[in-house]
Design a protein around this ligand. Structure first.
Ligand code: HEC
Length: 164
């Protein structure tokens, strides 16, 4: 839970809207049941933290602030997702929330192309649920590295940050 405090505290210093985690992690846990048919949350030690080991979609462990489409262990990303990541899209709350409500629509907006198409065939209908499941994934994710904290602090100057 340490990392959650860190993320929640940083916006007070840096105040970029996208560095915030505003959802309710406890509520997000049950929202994740809508994701687990395709996504697992598996940590570096290979322990399944959430989900039922489905690999249809990428592992969502550490998805917060990860560059979109960048996971080595997943080889079925759409071209649009990889391109969005290469253009600097990271999974901050501001990208995550609209994406899970309309995956292809969000990629079209980010890439400014009506031909963009995402591979995730699921839409979360409720916006609050999107905020909550993001907070949940942050809460069960890894502790923030110094680099990530630096990213949060400098986010307004380096939107293409993050690691890969
Ligand atoms: C029907 C299967 C399916 C369901 C259900 C699903 N996803 Fe996905 N998800 C995918 C696939 C496939 C991708 C890869 C998309 C692409 O490459 O365009 C993906 C990608 C993602 C990504 C991008 C990850 C990365 O590494 O860049 C996030 C974030 C995400 N999903 C969140 C969610 C959340 C949250 C839910 C539940 C509300 C959910 N997904 C439900 C199949 C699914």
């Amino acid at each position: 839970m340490k990392k959650l405090t860190a993320i929640a505290a940083l916006p007070l210093l840096a105040a970029p809207a996208f560095a915030q985690v505003t959802g309710d992690a406890a509520a997000g846990e049950s929202v994740f049941s809508q994701c687990q048919s395709c996504h697992v949350v598996e940590n570096e030690a290979g322990e399944i933290v959430a989900g039922r080991n489905s690999r249809t979609g990428p592992n969502l462990y550490g998805v917060a602030l990860r560059q979109a489409g960048s996971l080595d262990t997943y080889d079925r990303y759409s071209d649009s997702m990889v391109e969005a990541g290469e253009q600097g899209m990271v999974w901050d709350e501001a990208n995550f929330v609209p994406y899970v409500q309309d995956p292809t629509g969000h990629l079209r907006e980010v890439l400014d192309s009506r031909r963009a198409r995402g591979a995730m065939s699921y839409r979360l209908r409720d916006e609050q649920e999107a905020y909550d499941v993001y907070a949940y994934l942050v809460s069960i994710g890894p502790e923030l590295t110094e680099e990530q904290q630096g990213f949060l602090m400098d986010a307004s100057e380096m939107p293409a940050g993050g690691d890969s």
